[in-house]
Design a protein. Structure first.
Length: 487
């Protein structure tokens, strides 16, 4: 999916290929969060522990982290239709397997297969968007994409809460199955190929190093506990070592022009700054997404459905503002949106450090909406600026690296806040503080850590250009490419 490109879209209209891919991406991302409320049911129905049941989410994230590094290579070697058919076919197979799973092990396998399909969709969508949409319209179209990928995670827990009120967890897959089938069929009817595939053999050593390196890193981060730090730290260290091997392997392969993940994307200063900003913002966001439901359910006694309904307005606000933010970006550039957005992220997370057992729900709702709107004001421009800084033949690799680091950031953010919260609450309980007060204080500290991370987002936002540097970055990469290939 590079080289030759079909005619770009006319200004003011979102290309059909993007609409189809957005719809498919909405379905697969909705599925990613739809199991959040099902953990207690899985424990009872399949006779597994809570730690084991959590693997329906952990395994999904692990698979995404292991597969996404290969998608840059994959998307350059197959047509748009082939990539779409592969992703949706694999996702359908995983959904069907999960729906009929007789044991927990089969369910886990189904989730892993689902994740294999999901891993391809976001890079496919972003790469195609950057290829077919003219630069002056990218903000608006990326805003529409934000609507889909923001509303889907917000709706997942709400939909699962409603379904679980009246039926089995299996219905979460049974309902998704026909919707996915219809979307896949419509896509294959309407989708046209964008660009021409390139020939090239895959480097299996790189696949091995990427899968074990990124997968091991995410796995190690997901295993951190206050009373078990050594073995996860060793797994993380092994993952980092394998990733270092992967990086050296890619640098070597760039001399022949066939890396699995082209690291020349990091030569674009704007892309690299956007990568740092997105990763840290994602880390802070995922940390808060873990902490808030724990606070609402464990300390305030809300049901999973009520929790989902309380956080839904923030997700909807984030998604519905996407197109408006995109149009503002096209007109005024990124800084007007990204700098206030990054400040809003830090302010909302700082506000969550004041949670108590009596904080009014409207205040929690307001803080969450502020966080989600601020993330919307940040994500849409940063996605567009970062990928726009790359030459066209590196769009798929840029999307792939962004997706990979999002999975790592999600795992790191989750591990960080849970470890900080647990360490603080355990320490206070040992000092004689009651369990509820200790737990609440641990959550405040964890939100404080997320707020400190958000300060890095503000710094990165200030360093980002408004829009002009994108062309300079592309020229710099192009001028450096011959030197890299010569070695």
């Amino acid at each position: 999916m590079s080289a030759q490109v079909s005619a770009p879209a006319k200004g003011g209209r979102t290309p059909l290929v993007i609409r189809v891919l957005v719809l498919a991406t909405f379905v697969v991302i909705l599925n990613e969060t739809i199991m959040i409320n099902a953990i207690p049911r899985l424990m009872a129905d399949l006779d597994v522990t809570e730690r084991a049941a959590q693997w329906v989410s952990t395994a999904f994230m692990l698979t995404m982290a292991a597969i996404i590094p290969t998608t840059g290579w994959f998307l350059q070697r197959v047509s748009t239709r082939q990539a779409y058919a592969s992703a949706m076919g694999i996702f359908l197979a995983g959904t069907a397997l999960s729906a009929i799973a007789p044991t927990f092990e089969v369910l886990l396998l189904g989730r892993i297969v689902q994740a294999g399909g999901t891993a391809v969709m976001m890079p496919l969508l972003m790469t195609t968007l950057m290829t077919v949409v003219p630069e002056q319209d990218r903000g608006r179209v990326m805003g529409n994409v934000t609507l889909a990928i923001s509303v889907a995670p917000a709706m997942g827990p709400v939909i699962s809460g409603l379904v679980l009120q009246v039926g089995s967890w299996r219905w979460l897959f049974v309902l998704v199955l026909p919707i996915t089938a219809v979307v896949a069929w419509l896509g294959l009817r309407q989708l046209e190929n964008v660009g021409e595939p390139q020939a090239g053999a895959i480097d299996w050593a790189s696949v091995f190093l990427a899968a074990l390196g990124f997968g091991g890193l995410v796995f190690g981060l997901s295993r951190f506990e206050v009373d078990n730090l050594t073995s996860p730290a060793l797994i993380v260290a092994a993952g980092v070592a394998l990733i270092a091997g992967f990086v050296f392997r890619q640098l070597s392969l760039q001399r022949s022009g066939t890396p699995l993940l082209d690291l020349r994307v990091l030569l674009a200063g704007t892309y690299t700054k956007a990568l740092v900003l997105m990763s840290v913002a994602f880390m802070a966001m995922l940390g808060s997404m873990i902490l808030l439901p724990l606070y609402l359910q464990n300390l305030r006694g809300l049901s999973p459905l009520a929790t989902g309904l309380l956080v839904m307005p923030g997700g909807l606000a984030m998604g519905l503002l996407g197109p408006t933010i995109g149009r503002l970006f096209d007109r005024f550039g990124g800084r007007l949106l990204v700098i206030p957005g990054s400040i809003g992220i830090a302010a909302s997370l700082a506000g969550f450090t004041l949670i108590s057992l009596s904080m009014p729900y409207w205040q929690l709702l307001a803080l969450h909406i502020l966080l989600m709107v601020s993330l919307a004001a940040t994500f849409t421009p940063v996605f567009t600026l970062g990928l726009g800084a790359l030459p066209q033949h590196l769009y798929s690799h840029g999307s792939s690296m962004l997706g990979t680091l999002q999975q790592v950031a999600a795992a790191f953010g989750t591990a960080l806040v849970v470890t900080v919260m647990s360490a603080r609450s355990t320490s206070l309980v040992e000092d004689g503080v009651d369990a509820v007060t200790a737990h609440l204080d641990g959550m405040r500290l964890a939100f404080g850590v997320s707020a400190v991370l958000a300060l890095i987002v503000i710094v990165a936002a200030v360093l980002l250009p408004n829009r002009a540097a994108a062309h300079e970055d592309s020229d710099e990469i192009e001028s450096t490419t011959p030197e890299l290939i010569k070695g």
